[in-house]
Design a protein around this ligand. Sequence first.
Ligand SMILES: Nc1ncnc2c1ncn2[C@@H]1O[C@H](COP(=O)(O)OP(=O)(O)O)[C@@H](O)[C@H]1O
Ligand SMILES: [Mg+2]
Length: 486
Amino acid sequence: MSELPTIGHIGNLRRIDVSEPLERAPYIARGKHILLGQRKFRGQTDALVLLGKCIEQTRVSNKYDANVWLDIRTPHVIYICGKRGSGKSYDLGILSEGLILGSNSKITTKDKAITTVVFDTQSQFWALADAPKDTLTEDLEQLDQLREWALPTIGLSGARLFKPAGEQSDLPTVEDFVLDPAELDADDWCGLFGLERYSPQGQCIRTLLQKVRVDGYEIEEASGGQLRRVRVPATPRYAIPDLVRCLKKDLEMIDQSQKQTRDAVLWKLESLQDSNLFQPGGLNIREVLRPGQISVFLLRNLDNSTKSLVVSVFAKKIFNLMGDYHTKRKVSRRFGSELPDEYRGLPDGVWVLIDEAHLVCPADAHTAAKESLVEYVKRGRDAGLSLVLATQQPSAVDSRVVSQIDLLIVHRLVVDGDISAALARVPANFPKEVSFGSARISERYALVRALDTGEAWVADAETSRALLVAMRPRVSAHGGDEPVVI
Ligand SMILES: Nc1ncnc2c1ncn2[C@@H]1O[C@H](COP(=O)(O)OP(=O)(O)O)[C@@H](O)[C@H]1O
Ligand SMILES: [Mg+2]
């Protein structure tokens, strides 16, 4: 069992009295450590990442200032919600650091770096590779907090940043990525265009892809003053002009589908023809699935449906490859057979983090990422896949994904509808009564409204009730600070 590191003490954080004890969370009294997310190997300490400090105490036991760790040995589905500025993106940074760094950082007990992919919808994670600097006023408060917590400053130096091809960037090291149209399936196209699967345009896309990719089709061409039928063979590695051509010329579609429908799809496809993002030669998923690498996709400047498409394409590639890999791995371990070459060098686990998840996986609109993420979480356990979603609108994320969560981190929320949506997802109970100083609160909505920035209720399906935590300061630079304007 790993010796847990000594973290500093937090003298000046709030101290909150909670009525009932926290049960079923493994607790190590020496050095005060609470372990969350342990489904297996309870009490073991060698695959932990530090979330923060416990800021509550109960009459029976005083766990104030205890270090709160998350066990990452098994996959998790984590949902982070809170109003704007409450600390959600900061948490994604906390998790990223914990996944990538080793035990010398004190914020994790493992040494292996865990492959992580961040879909950064607001482009805030570009600074991860850097340590905070005392020459920057925006970093000074963070440096003070790190001193108090006795934590080092470390940049995630291997972080790889990816931006959509064609986009301008001032960052010194950032790579381009493109989406290969041939890698998109009918659901992706429908999601990108905001179309229902079974709408006339949705059906038109389905037929179109079948013809271009699989069956081939017939067109009429003028030759020697005569019209002649020509067969266009299937093009599995198709590009957008191939789709446009089929839509305009395929005799069967012209005959059997409405011109209005075809024109609407045509117009949508043609609007993408000049885009730098949609080009043959999409990013090889192996570039992202390198063991121990963190990849950050900077998506801020894409519209929401394209953001969603990017997530969909990569989520699918990840669960397909990782799912196959784990199936083959199980067989080869049991029968002592060789693992096929194409699965060598893959990581055992992958974490996907999505900020502002309601933009890519909304409850009320058809987007590309929805079905892909549902599949991702369904297959996740067996394929070593974890998912973390952060959102300021807890009711606005598709419920099929959210129903799979095993850890919920609730920061401050103020709107009743948002609070009730978050509470409906709590995989554990809330305490019945809490005292913030002299104010006693027993109403659950008020418990969530009373939180400060960086404070959260952390509810773990394995423990008896949600726990009050002050999330720790980041050890790497946080690029998401609001600018000081005067
Ligand atoms: N655990 C924390 N410790 C210290 N400061 C924090 C913490 N969480 C958030 N903050 C501060 O609050 C700001 C807003 O947090 P952020 O995570 O960007 O909010 P949002 O919920 O909108 O994603 C951060 O820039 C940071 O200064
Ligand atoms: Mg944010």
